[in-house]
Design a binder for this molecule. Structure first.
Ligand code: NAD
Length: 503
């Protein structure tokens, strides 16, 4: 199916992807997919104002009714799963199965949010004063600005939108400038859900797009009516956004870079380990925030594991994302390829032994960037290993004592995901304990990537500290009020303070 037929089936009008100045090319073959008109930074303010007006209406709708809109959105996503996944593959180069998985993640978070719409509960807290009741209530927060990265062009927006909508908040979404078509398609699917929901007065403007680059994102960042800015991307972006939002006392939810380590103990089940490491490190062509970038291996199994990984890497089929059997699609663009080659050169200069990493399929796809995944044996955790390079490079290091492995795992600025492969219960428990991994995600006998939506997703340190998706991540999208109700005829003050006046 060509891209135009695909977009027509998904629903955005042709004017949304033709004749504009933002040219969208496919990383799979370099073909032009569309020319999207960009939002002017000056147009962001009216968009946010419309969202704010929608907030004033939407916060009055009971949460379970808000959940009904998200339920219908989930149904529409189910109906559009195939074409939307196809578009994800075309626009960012994800293989078919991962693109389908990404759309499934959107459906899953909608299901989760529907249930949540009946569970936005607060605590009742014991009051120290007689005849008083203390409780907390959760209220809609306001406009949520969502800025997303290219590598999850649909799921991350859905994580935010599904929760924001049941919490009573409209969303203004700035997708990556590398993936605006996916955003246009998602908005069209959402508009279908709004029409079926049957209350267009209340749903118009609940999900609006602002398409463009940093300057458009910047206009959202500084807008005083954006109550929460949820931003997913590089640490460099988060550092800039975080400071600007803090300067106006806005709220930020940051999901930034990762530099995820897998520790392999001497008792590890190596069959399991090899499969998990290859998926975590080479899958999605190394372009997940949770991609495994560091392998910290006990010296007793190091050589055996490296040999098996080299063999497994050799069997991974690299090719166009929609071709049958492909496991590794392209890098997103030439810049990503150059960054990968520069990192490998630096690794060599820091004493690394590099296997793989070279460009392939150049004759067939001169305008795309396919690479062999790289395995790099490092003498220690040097400067390049501590950086996130958004490409399939796995640095392998040896350790002798588990305490050293944990120290290596934690000695990077990022703190997103981590895992240990071991059949030793004590090692597993130590790794996920308070003195173990310092990451937001710490797994045992599964890889670093491929999280489920039910858990809170996010990481510490330079990963930004935000939590999205499951568990109680919804609390970021609401404001908490503590209420104390006095149903006595007295006016006792807390902490025994006396302040007697004649009324
Ligand atoms: P990027 O930082 O280049 O861009 C991300 C988004 O931020 C884009 O929409 C971009 O236009 C916008 N942006 C960039 N600088 C901005 C600024 N100063 N002000 C306002 N907006 C700005 O990232 P990318 O290359 O699209 O994605 C890869 C990065 O994202 C990696 O570092 C990866 O680890 C990270 N990521 C993190 C998570 C997570 O959940 N922690 C998930 C996906 C991707």
């Amino acid at each position: 199916m060509n891209v135009e037929t695909l977009l027509q089936s998904l629903g955005p009008p042709a004017t949304a992807y033709q004749g504009g100045n933002l040219t969208v090319t496919s990383p799979g073959d370099g073909a032009i997919l569309g020319r999207v008109p960009e939002t002017l930074p000056a147009d962001v303010s009216p968009i946010v104002d419309r969202a704010h007006a929608a907030y004033r209406r939407w916060r009055l709708v009971p949460p379970p009714r808000r959940g009904e809109l998200v339920r219908v959105f989930g149904e529409e996503l189910r109906a559009s799963k195939e074409p939307l996944a196809h578009l994800v593959s075309l626009e960012v180069g994800k293989i078919r199965s991962e693109a389908l998985g990404e759309v499934q993640e959107m459906i899953d978070i909608c299901d989760f949010a529907v249930g949540l719409s009946r569970q936005l509960y607060g605590l009742t807290i014991a009051s120290e004063r007689p005849g008083h009741r203390m409780m907390e209530t959760w209220h809609p927060l306001g406009v949520v600005g969502v800025i997303t990265a290219f590598n999850f062009p649909v799921a991350v927006a859905a994580w935010n939108a599904a929760l924001a909508l049941v919490c009573g908040d409209p969303v203004v979404w700035k997708p990556s400038e590398k993936a605006p078509l996916c955003a246009l398609a998602v908005q069209a699917v959402f508009e279908r859900a709004c029409r079926r929901f049957g209350d267009p007065m209340r749903t118009a403007d609940l999900l609006q797009l602002a398409v463009g680059g940093r300057d458009v994102g910047r206009a959202m960042v500084v807008h005083p009516r954006v109550a929460l800015l949820s931003a997913t991307g590089s640490t460099r972006m988060g550092r800039d956004i975080g400071a600007s939002v803090a300067a106006r006392f806005g709220r930020c939810l940051l999901e930034l870079g990762g530099n995820n380590g897998i520790t392999v103990g001497p008792s590890a089940d190596l069959d399991l380990t090899v499969r998990a490491v290859v998926f975590s490190a080479a899958g999605t062509t190394g372009q997940r925030c949770t991609t495994a970038r560091r392998l910290i291996v006990h010296e007793a199994v190091h050589d055996r594991l490296v040999q098996r990984l080299q063999h497994a890497y050799g069997s991974v089929k690299i090719g166009p994302p929609l071709e049958e059997g492909t496991l590794l699609g392209p890098l997103i663009d030439a810049h990503a390829f150059e960054a990968m080659q520069a990192a490998l050169a630096q690794a060599r200069s820091e004493g690394g032994r590099v296997f793989g990493g070279e460009r392939v399929l150049e004759d067939r796809f001169p305008h795309a960037h396919y690479v062999k995944p790289a395995l790099v044996e490092m003498p220690e955790q040097t400067a390049i290993v501590r950086q996130e390079t958004f490409a399939p490079i796995l640095y392998v290091m040896k350790y002798r004592a588990l305490a050293d492995a944990i120290a290596i795992n934690n000695a990077v600025p990022q703190g997103l995901s981590s895992s240990i492969f071991t059949t030793d219960l004590r090692e597993a428990e130590l790794f996920i304990s308070a003195t173990g991994s310092d990451c937001g995600i710490a797994n045992v006998n599964i890889g670093t990537s491929g999280a489920e939506i039910g858990g809170a997703f996010g990481g510490e340190k330079e990963t930004g500290g935000g939590r999205e998706s499951g568990s109680d991540a919804w609390k970021s999208y609401m404001r908490r009020a503590t209420n104390t109700v006095n149903y006595s005829g007295e006016l006792p003050l807390a902490q025994g303070v006396r302040f007697d006046v004649v009324p």
